[in-house]
Design a protein around this ligand. Structure first.
Ligand code: AMP
Ligand code: MG
Length: 315
């Protein structure tokens, strides 16, 4: 392996998948860095063309447009991400559910107009949701949607998957010290030259219950945060999140932000979303049962509290 301790640091940021997609890494020279960054962003765009629920021409939306009950052969990326989502849906009893598209879309409209979705529309949307309506055949790599007009939404896992892929491509190209981030989903490989890790700030709570930015250093780890963000709508003094409880179809109103540290960004991203839905108690139980490093910032009753799973190792 080449000695990369004398390499230069490069930074890129491109709009991808609706967010700022950051790359920071050490490369031997500018032309190599440029070339590798381009390969990485091409791969991210390829994944977006598969996973996007916004683009009518995405492979995901093509799949949803097929008649129900018929097995459809899909790309290995689409199969893998649906398979991992389904596994998490089973583990969380449907707290994480990619079939929640109809409800997610209703709340998107609701955010735009700062209005509650109509009760009857909420009920109709919720009836269309249910992870058991997806059938997978790994041998044939087919997906069967069992109900008509299903709308799949990979928003809780796709960025993590893309971040993992970006890092895989950096590694493939000899880059061993890197930081990749798609808004709240980040992944690191080796640390920057002469540093213990990549500097990241996360919200913590001091002894007086005040939130402050705490600096941590990451290497060879993924970190994702979900939950209490700028993406919410406030109606009659209540905040409804862009993350919805698939069983009720309602945007989350529990004020928690969940941070997960894991070896892969796909895992960190999807678990952070899932635990936001599960809430503090069930979320921590789940974290424990799966040996996950989880931090929950709880903002209920105007008092802030920080809860760590026993596995939490960063401080
Ligand atoms: P994240 O920012 O990773 O927590 O993902 C939030 C996004 O995941 C939302 O914008 C939706 O696209 C999607 N989503 C919302 N609720 C759920 C849910 N309960 N399970 C899976 N995906 C969800
Ligand atoms: Mg997520």
């Amino acid at each position: 392996m080449p000695d990369d301790s004398t390499w230069q640091r490069f930074e890129y940021v491109n709009p991808e998948m609706g967010v700022k997609f950051h790359l920071k890494f050490y490369a031997p020279n500018p032309s190599t860095a440029e070339r590798v960054a381009r390969v990485v962003y091409n791969r991210v765009e390829e994944l977006n063309a598969i996973f996007s629920d916004y683009s009518p021409s995405s492979e995901l939306n093509h799949l949803c447009a097929k008649p129900p009950g018929k097995p459809v052969r899909v790309s290995s990326d689409l199969f893998k991400i649906i398979q991992r989502s389904q596994q998490l849906a089973r583990w969380t009893d449907g707290a994480f559910d990619i079939t929640a598209g109809p409800s997610v879309r209703l709340w998107r409209q609701s955010r735009k107009h700062a209005e509650m979705p109509a009760v009857n529309l909420l009920a109709i949307a919720t009836k269309r949701v249910g992870f058991w309506k997806i059938q997978l055949n790994p041998r044939k790599r087919t997906v069967t949607l069992l109900a008509p007009n299903m709308e799949l939404d990979l928003g809780g896992i796709a960025k993590g998957y893309a971040v993992d892929e970006a890092m895989r491509i950096l590694k493939q190209n000899g880059i061993r010290r890197a930081f990749v981030a798609a808004s709240g989903d980040m992944l690191t490989s080796g640390p920057p030259v002469s540093s213990e890790g990549w500097r990241v700030e996360i919200r913590a709570v001091d002894e007086f219950g005040n939130i402050y930015p705490r600096t941590i250093h990451l290497k060879h780890q993924a970190l994702s945060t979900s939950g209490d963000t700028e993406q919410f709508v406030e109606i009659n003094g209540r905040r409804y999140s862009h993350i919805i409880d698939p069983r009720t179809g309602i945007g989350l109103t529990n004020r928690i932000a969940v941070t997960v540290v894991a070896p892969s960004s796909t895992v960190a991203d999807s678990r952070a979303t899932a635990i936001s839905v599960l809430g503090v108690k069930k979320g921590m139980d789940y974290a424990n049962s799966k040996n996950l490093q989880v931090l929950i910032l709880n903002m209920s009753n105007k008092k802030h509290r920080l809860l760590k799973s026993p596995q939490w190792k960063l401080w």
